[in-house]
Design a protein around this ligand. Structure first.
Ligand code: AHR
Length: 507
């Protein structure tokens, strides 16, 4: 039996809502069809944005949306996506699928989408093939309220008021598709570019994110930080607010990107291997975080894990450049484990953006024409949304046993616990075992007997259970009933292969 001891008088810091963030790129059917169908579409929409998708994302409490890429960002020239739509440039999306990009979704449409979603904005600027001027003019276009050429242009294009830009990424994967730069070179570029991200009055501050490492490239992290801070320890203050990290979980091979494995058809061994690779995130946060601590012991710079999730082979018969994949209970467990890890490291992790929002990689929704389904990952984000902005509580999990075996062995149960403003305690747990239910004895340090369960839900199914357009509700959030009150706490019995959220409150 696993034991979870919650010290409810020990708060360890705020869980940034943005840990539950998302990412949308001009890739496959993420933007076009997934989010944006245009005002003339038969699919119900508001100013071109799909109503069904917007509604579901609001219900899931999407806190922030990164756009326009990814690799696409370092080839994106924002001026192509403003002004009358019929005059916008048409071009081939050379990165993703070789399809025509008509730029009908641009800056105005992005901010309109975020307005409808009620979420924060995160724009990724082009460093790889852009210029400092292009980036600084984009910031001016988006955020300046005074007299200036870019503010005038925005007004002429129909938007009088500036928008609120919350985050800017200064390049994306500049060690790869964003220019194949060396860390020292990129860091110098970062120093220069970020200088021209102006905080215009009334619209400040913009959180500036420096391009961090790919997976376990600790050398990149060290060299970038060394170069950025060289001679200017004060760099920390206002010059770098975040450092990104990208980590994708590949189910089958680690190095051959042509054989990642099917999204739905996999063995138990591959299931455990995927989960084990997913929890590698913990080590990445600790080790990259350790290097960040050397430069920034007060943890003022956030680690922004702005691309993460499972990356499998595409669904058979679909465009390989569209990265369209199904989503199963395996995805739900990777999401549940990873979000627990992020919560538990909320002192350093300040934002994370699963890749990608819809129809691409580990999505929360899939569409087919006018039909839309929610994936198991959607329900995990919805269930865990109670952690957004809550206080992480000290929680010790012991005797949780192991799931899988050999090199694929991982903790059977992974959990995190938070307390919301109204005193409700939120406990999220995964049972990573396919074999057996797991009983968890929960003890509270204080006032245990005053608490009762206020809401409890579970997501469970076979390892490859998933929703389809024919069976949209095969996997969905259900009430969780296997809990009982004990002296000093509770007992939960987590079904095999499940994600559970229990909320307890004083009567
Ligand atoms: O999410 C798909 C791609 O993965 C992104 O464009 C890129 O940043 C990463 O390599």
């Amino acid at each position: 039996m696993a034991k979870l001891f919650i010290n409810n008088s020990c708060k360890k810091g705020t869980i940034a809502p943005e840990i539950y963030g998302h990412f949308s790129e001009h890739l496959g059917r993420c933007i076009y069809e997934g989010l944006y169908v245009g005002e003339q579409s038969d699919i119900p929409n508001t100013n071109g944005m799909r109503n069904d998708v917007v509604e579901a994302l609001k219900e899931m409490k999407i806190p922030v949306l990164r756009w326009p890429g990814g690799c696409f960002a370092d080839e994106y020239h924002w001026m192509d996506g403003i002004g009358p739509k019929e005059q916008r440039k048409k071009m081939i999306n050379t990165h993703w699928g070789g399809v025509v990009e008509d730029n009908s979704f641009g800056t105005h449409e992005y901010f309109e989408l975020c307005r409808q979603l009620g979420c924060k904005t995160y724009v990724n600027a082009n460093v790889g093939s852009g210029t400092v001027r292009e980036m600084s003019e984009w910031v001016e276009y988006m955020t300046f309220n005074g007299v200036s050429p870019m503010a005038e242009l925005r007004k002429r294009n129909g938007h009088e008021e500036p928008w609120k830009l919350d985050y800017i990424g200064v390049g994306n994967e500049n060690w790869g598709c964003g220019g194949n730069m060396r860390p020292q070179f990129y860091a110098d570029e970062y120093r220069r570019y970020q200088t021209y991200v102006r905080n215009y009055s009334g619209n400040a501050p913009i959180t500036k994110i420096c391009c961090g490492a790919n997976v376990d490239d600790y050398r990149w992290t060290r060299k970038v930080l060394e170069t950025c801070f060289e001679g200017t320890p004060a760099f920390l203050h206002g010059h770098m607010d975040g450092l990104s990290l990208h980590y994708y979980t590949l189910p089958e091979t680690e190095d051959d990107w042509n054989v990642k494995g099917s999204a739905t058809n996999f063995t138990e061994e591959i299931f455990y291997q995927t989960l084990k690779r997913g929890v590698f995130m913990e080590e990445l946060i600790r080790r990259h975080g350790g290097i960040m601590d050397e430069f920034d012991p007060e943890k003022k710079i956030g680690m922004m894990v702005d691309e993460w999730g499972i990356w499998t082979d595409v669904e058979p018969g679909t465009n390989p450049g569209f990265l369209y994949q199904q989503n199963t209970m395996r995805d739900a467990l990777v999401a549940g484990n990873t979000l627990n890890i992020f919560n538990n490291h909320c002192d350093r992790v300040k934002m994370a953006n699963i890749a990608q929002l819809i129809n691409v990689l580990q999505s929360v929704m899939l569409t087919e024409g006018e039909k839309m389904i929610k994936t198991p990952t959607y329900y995990v984000f919805k269930m865990y949304s109670v952690h957004q902005g809550a206080q992480l509580l000290s929680a010790d999990l012991t005797e949780q046993g192991k799931a899988g075996s050999g090199k694929n062995e991982l903790d059977k149960v992974i959990a995190s616990v938070s307390e919301g403003d109204d005193g409700t305690i939120n406990i999220t747990l995964t049972n990573n075992s396919l074999e057996a239910a797991e009983t968890v004895e929960v003890k509270l340090a204080e006032d245990a007997d005053a608490y009762g369960v206020s809401k409890a839900s579970v997501l469970t199914g076979s390892m490859n259970a998933h929703n389809t357009f024919a069976q949209p509700d095969a996997v969905k959030e259900e009430p969780f009933k296997d809990h009982k009150k004990t002296e000093g706490g509770f007992i939960f019995t987590l079904p095999a292969c499940s994600v559970v959220c229990v909320r307890i409150k004083k009567a």
